[in-house]
Design a binder for this molecule. Structure first.
Ligand SMILES: [Zn+2]
Ligand SMILES: [Zn+2]
Length: 293
């Protein structure tokens, strides 16, 4: 397990004192290298807080609107509930822990490729031969079958037995963010039309100058008057882009039967051989006596 090296320069100790620096280092170590629920808590704050804004502002005041029907309250609530459920399932699902009892079965599951998975490669912590496609998670301190990665959002490893729940977790959140972004944009289009924001004039508070509507002025007006709902809509738009890319990436990995761990290892291996090949070409071109111009 990775631990923080005490190579911290002496000036923070002189200014803050040993006690505070040690506490800070152990907190840093805990956050980055130990299994902890901090990011899970962050998820709950964002997911529950975001939906609360949708309920208390969107559902109670802005929906239904000219472009958003009443039924979206029910549909949106069900999709969000499914997201919470997928989070609970992903957090509590077993990734496929390798124990002494199931080790023989795990060894037989995948063949060794003798490239990134070598026979007789022992896990020093678990004290058994590592099955092909497995990895020891330093955060959970266990070996996982068909290890994908350790996900800090669900505070759990993702492996053979729970990859489908992880895909469901990411996919459902990509859907809810897309849905929230579209509904939010439609709500704002409704507000712009109802309040005739394109044809209105705006007063600059500092100069008193009257201004005609521009895209920037209308967006500023909406942000000022509907800040919580606008903030959640912007968050949904950003998250839609990020989660859709991430979801697409994992679907591609699943379809090609490659784990995130193997993707990185293959890339490292490819980089290694490319480097070797470059060196060989360089050698051949410059030092090989048989080489002719
Ligand atoms: Zn292990
Ligand atoms: Zn883990």
């Amino acid at each position: 397990m990775k631990t923080i090296k005490r190579a911290i320069s002496p000036w923070p100790r002189r200014i803050l004192g040993n006690y505070i620096v040690e506490k800070f280092l152990s907190f840093y170590n805990y956050v980055l290298y130990k299994k902890n629920p901090l990011v899970q808590i962050m998820y709950l704050i964002i997911a529950i807080g975001g939906f609360a804004v949708y309920v208390f502002v969107g559902f109670m005041r802005l929906i239904p609107g000219p472009y958003v029907g009443e039924y979206h309250k029910t549909v949106g609530t069900w999709i969000m509930m499914f997201c919470y459920l997928s989070f609970i399932i992903a957090c509590n699902s077993s990734p496929g822990i390798i124990r002494k009892s199931n080790h023989t079965k795990a060894i037989k599951r995948y063949p060794y490729d003798n490239l990134i998975y070598l026979k007789n490669n022992e896990c020093k912590t678990c004290k058994f031969t590592k099955p092909a496609r497995s990895k020891h998670c330093s955060m959970c301190n266990i070996c996982i079958e068909k290890f994908d990665h350790h996900c800090i959002w669900i505070n759990n490893c993702v492996g053979l037995n729970n990859y489908r729940y992880f895909i469901m977790f990411v996919g459902s959140h990509a859907v809810v963010c897309t849905y929230g972004a579209i509904i939010g944009i439609l709500v704002f289009i409704g507000i712009i039309e109802e309040q005739k924001l394109w044809t209105s004039q705006y007063i600059n508070y500092k100069t008193g100058e009257k201004l005609n509507a521009t895209v920037w002025i209308v967006l500023r007006y909406l942000l000022d008057h509907e800040f919580p709902f606008a903030f959640v809509t912007i968050l949904c738009i950003v998250m839609t882009i990020m989660l859709s890319c991430f979801f697409g990436y994992h679907l591609w990995l699943a379809m090609t039967n490659v784990t995130t761990n193997e993707r990185y290892k293959n890339a490292a291996l490819f980089g290694y051989f490319t480097e070797k090949l470059d060196f060989l070409n360089f050698w051949k071109e410059n030092f090989d006596s048989n080489h002719t111009e």
